[in-house]
Design a protein around this ligand. Structure first.
Ligand SMILES: *[C@@H]1O[C@H](CO)[C@@H](O)[C@H](O)[C@H]1NC(C)=O
Ligand SMILES: *[C@@H]1O[C@H](CO)[C@@H](O)[C@H](O)[C@H]1NC(C)=O
Ligand SMILES: *[C@@H]1O[C@H](CO)[C@@H](O)[C@H](O)[C@H]1NC(C)=O
Length: 227
């Protein structure tokens, strides 16, 4: 009986804790300048509410790293991202511009991104809205200066993802070896997808979005890959 009363006394605090937690865990951070973004990053994990994204990421993508370097305009930078998929290497370059504490991207897809708090000392956490076809999706990405984050850091990220009402994240695999940047060695060929994506017919993006949003669409994509 005593235990029960004790437990009941603890209950309200226990119930309200996660909410307060979520406020702290999803606090937006002021972007003080672009310098903090520059350099090399590993993409540790991602979550997005785009349907099928997790299964497709787990199926397609081994790992991703990126290099951020300044653009000519003082409020912009380029993100050169190299993705390893099926042991092959693909790159894409995008340009982001800082306006009013928000990063804006036009190509290859339209997106806005803000910075979210993290206790990981060498990470950044980017929360975004992005458009595919006629749909707007939300996503969050954890980037680190190291090859991988600690279990505690990944656990914090998972809690943040849950607070933001996003699906459990796809965690990328640093152990599969990263692609080179494509400039140094000739033996690892890196295919640049930037212009293909930027010039993609809006109808194609719409069709892709419809495919991803439909029940059978993801199955179709997975079967196409397997064949
Ligand atoms: C940046 O500026 C330099 C010199 O003005 C120019 O040669 C270069 O093409 C510019 N780069 C971009 C990406 O606009
Ligand atoms: C900047 O952001 C603040 C807060 O979100 C908003 O109130 C303001 O209108 C924005 N200003 C511009 C120029 O977008
Ligand atoms: C995404 O869109 C929602 C709804 O318009 C807005 O409240 C939020 O601030 C946006 N987030 C980002 C990262 O642009």
């Amino acid at each position: 009986m005593f235990f029960l009363i004790l437990a009941a006394a603890l209950l309200p605090a226990g119930l309200s804790a996660p909410v307060a937690d979520c406020d702290t865990l999803t606090r937006r951070v002021q972007i003080r300048g672009l310098d903090q973004f520059l350099g090399v990053w590993t993409y540790a994990a991602e979550s997005t509410n785009m349907p099928g994204s997790k299964i497709l990421t787990k199926t397609f993508v081994d790992n991703v790293w990126g290099k951020i370097y300044p653009a000519n305009e003082s409020d912009s930078f380029f993100v050169f991202q190299v993705q390893k998929m099926f042991g092959r290497c693909y790159s894409v370059t995008s340009k982001l511009t800082l306006v009013n504490n928000t990063l804006h991207m036009e190509h290859p897809i339209s997106a806005t991104e803000v910075l979210i708090t993290t206790s990981c000392p060498d990470c950044i956490l980017l929360l975004s809205n992005y458009t595919l076809g006629e749909s707007v999706y939300r996503g969050i990405q954890l980037l680190t200066r190291r090859a991988k984050v600690t279990t505690a850091e990944m656990d914090e990220f998972k809690r943040q993802v849950a607070c933001l009402d996003l699906p459990s994240p796809a965690i990328l695999d640093a152990d599969k070896g990263f692609c080179s940047d494509g400039s140094a060695s000739k033996d690892t060929e890196t295919t640049d997808l930037t212009s293909m994506l930027s010039q993609a017919d809006p109808e194609y993006m719409k069709a892709l979005d419809n495919l991803l949003s439909s029940q059978g669409g993801i199955k179709t994509i997975l079967q196409f890959i397997a064949s």
